[in-house]
Design a protein around this ligand. Structure first.
Ligand SMILES: CC(C)(COP(=O)(O)OP(=O)(O)OC[C@H]1O[C@@H](n2cnc3c(N)ncnc32)[C@H](O)[C@@H]1OP(=O)(O)O)[C@@H](O)C(=O)NCCC(=O)NCCS
Length: 436
């Protein structure tokens, strides 16, 4: 049984984290009222090396973010005692897992520590406290996107879905795929803002790694916030099928800075059908006066690769993107579906002690799973064993990396690599189409 969003948002602070922070002469509390929320936001901007907020940022940043649990660490002895020296946000979201389903998840963002207070363990205390809180709230996983790849592994996170950046030379690419029967039309950014959440909701359960897009992120992507720079640079197009149903939406910018031809940058592209996918990409790749199309946060397994005539017209760069951290092994593993039946004993270590233990995962013929925590020394017969850290279990959870690969990398030890590999494999490559 998981909590509702408001109970999660206002849950009491983790006592251990509060005590560790108090031992440093600091205080952690939730930023709730308007004034402390503004100061909290200003601290986030400072932490991410953004400019000081202007009045219009205050106005623009206000609506739509009340869903966030905002933790601030305050230094009463500092010169700005009302401005947090550390910030941390979480909210109740959902993560799509293999099998066309989603698990409740704690989404983490806005992790900053002021340069004056860095490397004293503040981020560690806040992270460990909020992961324990997520487990207490009955959430199977926590998740985040990271500014640097080296920060979160130590807390048990792993990049469970990679992101691909595509850079396509449109003059070379060519088009092998056929023409879709529907039509493409420009839509206003406001209409795109209305269409996008509904379309995304229709497709997100098909994409392991995808999460609920918080409303303000659509405003950011479509530059609809009052403080957005060069807002009019964003164009949006929709694809309607032959029956007139909207099945696809894309937003993009065009950079005409010389040397021309221009670069077209895809802000997002969502398609509910193969036809919509083909039609939107075809439109973007054949845009006049454009020499390069750049798209970030795409899947590493895009059909597009097989739709262009010259695959060397595309440069594809991979990056870690969607970080996942299982905080309840049984709930997480039971929530996803599996491609085939089988069993494995998972001997899990956890740097924060939240999930450490031995688990028996049993997958039935219909792809559903049962997980049992094993007692100390309990016999498991001939069931294969895999020993791994919680980061490695989180890495294989969405099917984004194979057990075989992690075993070869020395990060999973198992006496039955083929069987465990077959168990965790996913049929859809996970991805996440935005940052949060
Ligand atoms: C990243 C950040 C939040 C870390 O805060 P912090 O309070 O200095 O971190 P801690 O003191 O709790 O460090 C915890 C551990 O992480 C390590 N660590 C911290 N920041 C790190 C970084 N940027 N890269 C690699 N390791 C890092 C520390 O060395 C420490 O390691 P250890 O406990 O294994 O010895 C802080 O440096 C920051 O605000 N950076 C700029 C904003 C940012 O990038 N935030 C992350 C958003 S996803």
């Amino acid at each position: 049984m998981t909590v509702d969003a408001e109970t999660f948002r206002t849950a009491p602070l983790d006592e251990q984290a509060a005590a560790e922070i108090a031992a440093c002469g600091l205080e952690v509390r939730l930023a709730e009222d308007e004034e402390s929320t503004l100061a909290w936001r200003a601290a986030v901007r400072r932490g991410f090396q953004d400019r000081e907020p202007e009045e219009r940022n205050h106005e623009a940043g206000r609506p739509g973010t009340a869903y966030r649990r905002r933790l601030g660490v305050y230094d009463a002895a500092g010169a700005l005692p009302d401005m947090p020296v550390a910030t941390f946000a979480t909210w109740l979201s959902e993560l799509t897992v293999p099998g066309g389903r989603a698990v409740p998840a704690s989404a983490i963002s806005s992790v900053t520590v002021a340069a004056t207070h860095r490397r004293r363990g503040l981020a560690r205390s806040l992270m460990a406290g909020e992961l324990r809180e997520a487990a207490r709230a009955g959430l199977p996983v926590a998740m985040l996107t990271a500014s640097e790849a080296t920060i979160y592994g130590r807390f048990g996170f792993a990049a469970a879905a990679a992101a691909a950046t595509w850079r396509i030379d449109t003059r070379r690419a060519g088009w092998l795929s056929g023409d879709a029967p529907g039509r493409i039309d420009y839509v206003s950014r406001e209409d795109a803002r209305r269409i996008a959440p509904e379309l995304h909701e229709r497709i997100r359960l098909r994409l392991p790694g995808e999460v609920i897009v918080p409303g303000p992120h659509w405003d950011d992507m479509l530059r609809l916030r009052g403080d957005a720079e060069a807002a009019g640079a964003v164009r949006a197009i929709q694809y309607r099928d032959a029956a007139g149903e909207i099945q696809g939406l894309a937003a993009f910018t065009l950079d005409r800075t010389p040397p021309t031809p221009a670069t077209l940058e895809v802000v997002f592209l969502y398609a509910a059908t193969d036809d919509a996918y083909a039609a939107l990409w075809h439109f973007l790749l054949e845009h006049d006066l454009v020499g390069t199309v750049v798209a970030t946060e795409r899947s590493t397994d895009e059909p597009l690769w097989w739709m262009i005539a010259d695959q060397r017209a595309a440069e594809i760069r991979l990056r870690d993107h969607q970080y996942v951290r299982i905080v309840d092994v049984a709930a997480a593993l039971q929530a996803r579906r599996y491609e085939q039946a089988g069993s494995v004993v998972l001997d899990v270590t956890d740097p924060l002690g939240i999930t450490a233990g031995r688990y028996l995962l049993e997958v039935a013929d219909d792809g559903t799973a049962q997980v049992r925590i094993l007692r100390e020394g309990e016999a498991t017969g001939s069931v294969p064993l895999a020993s791994l850290g919680i980061a490695e279990l989180s890495a294989i959870y969405l099917g984004g990396v194979r057990v075989r690969t992690l075993a070869a990398a020395g990060r999973i030890r198992t006496d039955a690599v083929d069987r465990v590999d077959a168990l965790f494999r996913g049929s859809v490559t996970p991805c996440l189409t935005f940052w949060y």
